[in-house]
Design a protein around this ligand. Structure first.
Ligand SMILES: [Zn+2]
Length: 273
């Protein structure tokens, strides 16, 4: 099933898809084992940094092979594609879905680059996500507010034809210094005036009850990255502290399992269990 069709199926249900970033074989394995355990579909995401780290064919083929090996329903998605060229490379490689993030550009520039990406993606039958509003990236101010405006969202989706739209309603990337307060009223208003699947970036550290509420109000995809990196590295560090083992195959599994437990918890939330 195409991701864009899955989104349509999820509309008006209390269920969303979890989109998890992976960085290497171990995090990929941890995430997919959770999907197997929970018998849940999942989205695997790659950012430009991860693609540069592993190399595009390696990152993509490893994910595709792992999906087939585990027999889970999963889609491979480009997270925060920052240029038309990167998007084109990923579509050529075989990605199911791409995000073009021109959210920091002026409204009309965001529309025009997104239109170009949608036109290209249609040739590959791939799904497109765009972003409207300011969701602070790592290192950016979380104080600045640039919430998505419903009337702009409606116009943006109409003019671009995107399948999915990342909205700014109070989340940010990285860890939160204090508990995030989401503008759920705004989310409902956006949902009312647009048909695109709504996406919540910055899912790490958002209380589960808030995630459930957001899904109830129309969020179809929740992104999770920071918590995965954090649990993997913390578990690994703790393991290495009193460890003289040099066989890395005996060291990594504990960190892989920690990722699996984390993602399984989140999968319960998005699947309304
Ligand atoms: Zn994001």
């Amino acid at each position: 099933m195409r991701l864009q069709d899955k989104y349509k199926e999820l509309r008006n249900t209390p269920i969303a898809l979890l989109a998890t970033n992976f960085y290497n074989f171990e995090t990929l394995e941890g995430v997919l084992q959770a999907a197997v355990q929970c018998k849940s579909p999942i989205i695997l995401q790659l950012t430009r940094s991860s693609i540069e780290y592993m190399g595009l064919p390696m990152a993509f083929q490893m994910a595709r092979t792992a999906i087939n090996h585990h027999g889970v329903k999963a889609w491979i998605h480009l997270d925060h594609g920052d240029s038309y060229e990167l998007v084109a490379q990923c579509l050529d490689e075989g990605f199911d879905s791409v995000m073009i993030d021109a959210s920091e550009k002026p409204f009309f520039e965001n529309i025009s680059v997104t239109q170009k990406v949608v036109a290209l993606a249609r040739k590959y039958d791939a799904c497109v996500e765009a972003e409207l509003g300011y969701v602070a990236k790592l290192g950016q101010s979380t104080e600045k507010e640039g919430f998505t405006m419903p009337e702009e969202a409606s116009r943006f989706v109409d003019e671009t034809g995107v399948d999915a739209l990342a909205v700014a309603i109070g989340t940010s990337h990285g860890f939160y210094k204090k508990e995030p307060r989401l503008d759920l009223e705004r989310l409902s208003n956006i949902r009312e005036v647009t048909n695109a699947a709504l996406v919540l970036h910055g899912g790490s550290g958002v209380p589960h009850a808030t995630l459930r509420e957001a899904i109830g109000r129309g969020i179809c995809k929740i992104n999770l990255a920071t918590e995965i990196k954090n649990i993997f590295m913390k578990t690994l560090k703790a393991k290495l502290e009193n460890e003289s083992e040099i066989d890395l195959r005996k060291v990594f599994p504990v960190a892989i399992d920690a990722v699996t437990m984390l993602v399984a918890e989140k999968l319960k939330v998005v699947n309304n269990k």
